[in-house]
Each structure stands twice: as structure tokens, then as C-alpha cells.
Design a protein around this ligand. Structure first.
Ligand code: UDP
Length: 479
């Protein structure tokens, strides 16, 4: 049997689309282009199920040698409580699920390597015992990777909160990070989310290698720092392999009537005329902010597609907990008659749309995004400039990198003393990116990066392709 002859590697992703999507893309590549048999381990629970995730993992055109394997479901009710913060809940679930990792890996016949993500580092201990090398796929930006590797030192040296530091945080070899941009999980060191983040970040160097979802041209300075700066060499730390951009390309649109309807609507719009407004898989706004955003869109008189989520006053990532069971009726929470008034120029889609397909559509001109790393890459790979609207996790860092270093995004401003971005500011940035010369310059830059991303992945010597081959060759040569 041919498959039995192939070298076998396994993947282990923590729950959440932001992790599963890039790990699955890497897994597909290994199965399709590098001659591996791949087993993709999925963490499941008895009570929570995400329709979108299930659909992704049941995708009909998986390559033949890629297998999805569900770990035994975790009984959530016995381990998590409703008041647990997001990351604590996630990490607690993962830790329980991984009690079955050892037996699963043995049952799979000891794969040649295991690829994990940032929140599944319990695998290091299990795999050490089984002599399976572990690689980490860091699915967020290199800016966050560098910060995370520096975090244990910061934790040792700084007393009090990082957000109260008088100066920006200077990670060796990297651009300073202003304290307002620090990720959510390190803004309060007393809470469990911080402890979990520090725990997993401090274990990153235990990997044999760290894959990162970027490519040389997008992030040359930080990549150089990570591989050559004395601080990182002294940790000691494994090599960092830029293998990106790995984004979801083939979305299962056919058969999904809502997705088909969105693309049909896009087909009817002029080229380069639509602003996509989508805030990732978890993003939500307060009622006040959603109202301002909607008015700003309407005032800008530009065409748009808006992914609408019920507002939430307490959390900017409330949709992560949305089971999809409650009805989502945008008319009930968008400004009165908004949908009626914008009927000709705008489309409101409840909850979810096929983002990659929309970003790749010829009618799309710009993307108002929460700047999750996957969304950011998807935008750049399609040559689409962004309005950066960060909400949670490390998105403020990504927004700053894209606006100030890369030059493909604009950040709307919150006026002094205000809690929200006002409608006039929304109108200004929408017009700027859709019709202004600055928008054109950002679009040109995004198109340059689109081309350089294509080259990086080219199997005829592209930098990301070569970086991946170096690792897969070492796996194949292992006994
Ligand atoms: N996504 C999508 N449709 C939506 C919203 C999100 O397909 O309506 C996808 C998006 O294309 C991306 C992922 O979900 O691949 C979100 O990942 P990201 O890292 O941007 O943000 P996160 O959801 O992890 O905050």
C-alpha cells in the first residue's frame, strides 16, 4: 500500500479557526507537495461545536493522504466555568484533551514529527518521552513571536504592569512596541490568562524549529533578529522558518447558499468598488461603536459588504462564544432603516461570509479588518489595502505594523476623551482608502506584496518553499 511507504507526520491544533486554518494549510501542503502522510489531530468537546469549524474539517477535496483524527471529547462542564477568561478556558480544555495524546500517538505508530501551535505545548513532555521531535507553528505575526520569546525576561525584570512602563518595550533587534499596542493577555499580570500565555510562550524554545506564517520580504528585519540577534541565540532558541503566507485558498462555497449569494452580489458590482467589513471569527462591537460604524459607512457613500454580529457591551471577542443557536437579525441592532437606506450600495451578511473568496473577488477594493494575522495575510495576498480596526489579542500590534512599517493600512483615530471611533472618522478613512491617492498608494504596495508572496511560495526556489523543504528533508532523512 503506497500510503504505508510515506513518511508520516502529525499536526495538533488548539481549538479556534485562527489556529486550525494555517495549520491545516501547512498540513495540506505536506500531503500534496512533499510526499507525506499527515494526521491532523483535532481537540473536541462534548458540548461546544462550531458549525464553521466542522465544515472546514469536512472539506470534500482534502488531499488523499491527509487524515482528520478527533481526540476523545473533553467533558467541558466538569472543567470550565462560565466566568473563566477566554484563554484560560481554551488552555484548560487543551490540557485535558491532551491526556489522550500519548496513547493517540502510539496508536498512530509514532509519527516522524509533531507540529503544534502556541497553546498546545503540553505535547513537548509527551513527545520527549516518545522521542518524537516537536515543531511549533506560530500562527501569528513575527512581531508577536519576538515579543513572546522576550516575555519571560520581561516578566523577570519588570515589577508592576507592562502597560505602565514609561517607555515602549524594546525587544532586541525589533522595532519598539508602544505599551498601548501590547496584547490583551499581558495587560494585566494578575489574571490567569497572563499566566497561561507566559507558560506557553516560555516553552516555545523547546521546539526543534518554529514555523512562522510570513515571508522574507514582508518582515526581513524581525526575521533576521530572530535568527541572528545574540539575545535570541542565547535563549537558546531553535531556528525560525518563514514558510508563509499560508492562507485558506479553496473555500467550500458551492452548496452554501448564503456564500453563493454574497459572491453573486459581488459579481454585480463594478470592479474595485466594494469595502469588505469583517471582524474575524470572534470580533464584536459595542452598540455605540456599531452605530457609529454603520453611520460612517452610509455617509461615505461607498459600496460595502458588512458581516453583522450582535453588539456586545462586555467583550470585543464575544462571537467566539456564539454557538450560532440564537437568531441573528441585523435589522434589530443596526441603526433604524439602515439596511433599507443602503439597499442599493450595501450588503449585510449575518455572522460569517467566505472571506478569502470575497477578498479575491475583482469587485473588492479594500478591507476594514480587525487585523487578526490570518485576515491580514489574506488581505495582502490578494493585494487589498486595509482599514485597521484592532479589537482583541495581538491585533493592535498587527495594525501598527501594517500601517506604519508595511504601508498597506490606515488606522482610524479615537478623538481625545472619546470611547469610540466617531462616524465622521469612519467616513474619512473609508473615503481615504476607497478613493484617495493614499488609498491608491496602499493598494500599489499591497499588490507588490501580493507578487512577492507568490514568489516566496514558488516551488522553483521561492524563499518560503525552500525553508519548508529544508525541514521536510530533515524529517525524511530521520530513521
Ligand atoms: N473568516 C471568514 N469569514 C468571516 C470571518 C472570518 O472566512 O466572516 C476567516 C478569515 O478568512 C480568517 C479567519 O476566519 O481565515 C480568522 O482568522 P484571524 O487570524 O484573522 O482572526 P481570529 O478570528 O483568529 O481573531
Amino acid at each position: 500500500h503506497r500510503e504505508a511507504m510515506k513518511p508520516h507526520v502529525a499536526f495538533l491544533s488548539s481549538p479556534g479557526m485562527g489556529h486550525i486554518i494555517p495549520l491545516l494549510e501547512l498540513a495540506k501542503r505536506l500531503a500534496l507537495h512533499h510526499g507525506f502522510k499527515v494526521t491532523f489531530l483535532v481537540i473536541t468537546t462534548t458540548t461546544e461545536s462550531s458549525a464553521v469549524q466542522d465544515q472546514l474539517l469536512r472539506f470534500p477535496t482534502f488531499p488523499p493522504h491527509l487524515h482528520i483524527h478527533h481526540l476523545p471529547p473533553v467533558q467541558l462542564s466538569t472543567i470550565v466555568t462560565p466566568d473563566m477568561p477566554f484563554l484560560t478556558r481554551l488552555c484548560t480544555t487543551v490540557r485535558h484533551s491532551l491526556q489522550s495524546l500519548r496513547s493517540t500517538l502510539l496508536q498512530l505508530g509514532r509519527p516522524k514529527a509533531l507540529v503544534i501551535d502556541i497553546f498546545t505545548t503540553e505535547a513537548f513532555d509527551v513527545c520527549k518521552d516518545l522521542s518524537i521531535p516537536v515543531y511549533s507553528f506560530f500562527t501569528a505575526s513575527t512581531a508577536l513571536l519576538a515579543f513572546s520569546l522576550y516575555l519571560p525576561k520581561l516578566d523577570d525584570e519588570v515589577e508592576g504592569e507592562f502597560v505602565h512602563l514609561p517607555e515602549p518595550v524594546r525587544v532586541p533587534g525589533c522595532k519598539p512596541i508602544c505599551t498601548e499596542d501590547l496584547l490583551e493577555q499581558v495587560r494585566n499580570r494578575k489574571i490567569d490568562d497572563y499566566k497561561w500565555y507566559l507558560f506557553h510562550a516560555s516553552r516555545l524554545p523547546m521546539a526543534e524549529g518554529i514555523f512562522v506564517n510570513t515571508w522574507n520580504d514582508l518582515d526581513p528585519d524581525r526575521l533576521r533578529a530572530l535568527n541572528h540577534e545574540p539575545f535570541f541565540r542565547d535563549i537558546p532558541m531553535p531556528p525560525v522558518h518563514p514558510v508563509g503566507p499560508l492562507i485558506k485558498r479553496d473555500e467550500p462555497v458551492a452548496g452554501n447558499t448564503d456564500a453563493v449569494a454574497v459572491l453573486k452580489w459581488m459579481d454585480d458590482q463594478p470592479c474595485n468598488s466594494v469595502l469588505l467589513v469583517a471582524l474575524g471569527s470572534g470580533g464584536t462591537l459595542t452598540t455605540e461603536q456599531l452605530t457609529e460604524l454603520a453611520w460612517g459607512l452610509e455617509m461615505s457613500q461607498q459600496r460595502f459588504v458588512l458581516v453583522a454580529r450582535k453588539p456586545n457591551e462586555a467583550s470585543a471577542s464575544a462571537a467566539f462564544f456564539d454557538t450560532g443557536r440564537d437568531a441573528n437579525e441585523p435589522a434589530s441592532y443596526l441603526p433604524e432603516e439602515f439596511m433599507k437606506r443602503t439597499r442599493k450600495s450595501g450588503l449585510v451578511v449575518p455572522s460569517w461570509l467566505p472571506q478569502v473568496a470575497v477578498l479575491g473577488h475583482k469587485s473588492t477594493a479594500a478591507f476594514l479588518s480587525h487585523c487578526g494575522w490570518n485576515s491580514t495575510l489574506e488581505s495582502v495576498v490578494n493585494g487589498v489595502p486595509m482599514i485597521a480596526w484592532p479589537l482583541y489579542a495581538e491585533q493592535r500590534m498587527n495594525a501598527t505594523v501594517m500601517a506604519e512599517e508595511v504601508g498597506v493600512a490606515v488606522k482610524p483615530a479615537v478623538a481625545p476623551g472619546e470611547r469610540v471611533i466617531r462616524r465622521e472618522e469612519v467616513e474619512r478613512v473609508v473615503r481615504l482608502v476607497m478613493e484617495g491617492g493614499k488609498g491608491e498608494a496602499m493598494r500599489r504596495r499591497a499588490r507588490e506584496l501580493q507578487e512577492s508572496a507568490r514568489q516566496a511560495l514558488d516551488s522553483g526556489g521561492g524563499s518560503s518553499h525552500e525553508a519548508l523543504c529544508r525541514v521536510t528533508d530533515s524529517w525524511k532523512s530521520q530513521q
